[in-house]
Design a protein around this ligand. Structure first.
Ligand SMILES: Cc1cc2nc3c(=O)[nH]c(=O)nc-3n(C[C@H](O)[C@H](O)[C@H](O)COP(=O)(O)O)c2cc1C
Length: 195
């Protein structure tokens, strides 16, 4: 059986750790990844982590330059099990919502929508303007899943990793990829000692 493969788009919003963790988790789970990183995302790796863009690209199965429209990802014929843009900037949200595909990430997302393949967008911005909200509604209407970078706390995370893993786990849930990144809610958890 063919391996599961997903397209991972990293854009230049804060929260680049979410995208890096998705690449790590996919690798651990044996899921192939096609990575597209915008220029700003590469900058965010340097701003928000102690990693380099090269270290992050090494986590992916295949890398595609964001200006390369000859990449197979620029065609709707490229079969994959879903595309995730994580983190997703408001600029990239706007580009996808308008079908303005002037980089490979935007084009691949455009293809996912037109081919009715799963498209999961993990926006990171606060507060949200009416323009941001309208663009997200347009995308949800078009079939994208809007999964904000907004971790839950019911699994009692004690580290940043615990928070990041909750969001990445929700992304994998959406794509029906099994994982152990966070503990699913159980009713017994209400019985745990209160503090
Ligand atoms: C430190 C820093 C943090 C940023 N955080 C966000 C953010 O959380 N959300 C967002 O939409 N844009 C954010 N931006 C702005 C984007 O980087 C900018 O709009 C950029 O053009 C996005 O390009 P891209 O979507 O092609 O990667 C941030 C910029 C900087 C320098």
């Amino acid at each position: 059986m063919a391996k599961t493969r997903i397209i991972v788009g990293l854009s230049g919003a804060s929260g680049i750790l979410y995208g890096i963790r998705l690449l790590e988790a996919a690798r651990e789970l044996g899921v192939e990844t096609d990575l597209i990183m915008t220029e700003t995302a590469a900058r965010m790796i340097e701003i928000e982590t102690s990693l380099t863009p090269e270290k992050v690209t090494a986590l992916a199965t295949r890398i595609h330059e964001s200006g390369d429209f000859t990449s197979p990802l620029a065609s709707g014929g490229y079969v994959h099990q879903g595309m995730v843009v994580i983190p997703c900037s408001m600029k990239t949200i706007a580009g996808i919502a308008c079908g303005f595909a002037d980089n490979l990430l935007l084009r691949a997302a455009d293809c996912a929508l037109k081919e009715h393949r799963p498209l999961v967008l993990v926006p990171r911005e606060t507060p949200l303007s009416v323009i941001h909200l309208r663009n997200m509604l347009t995308l949800a209407d078009a079939g994208a899943v809007i999964l904000p970078a907004s971790p839950g706390f019911y699994h009692r995370p004690e580290t940043i990793r615990g928070l990041v893993d909750h969001v990445v786990g929700k992304v994998l849930d959406t794509l029906s990829i099994e994982h152990h990144l966070y503990r699913k809610w159980r009713q017994e958890d209400t019985e745990r000692k209160k503090y």
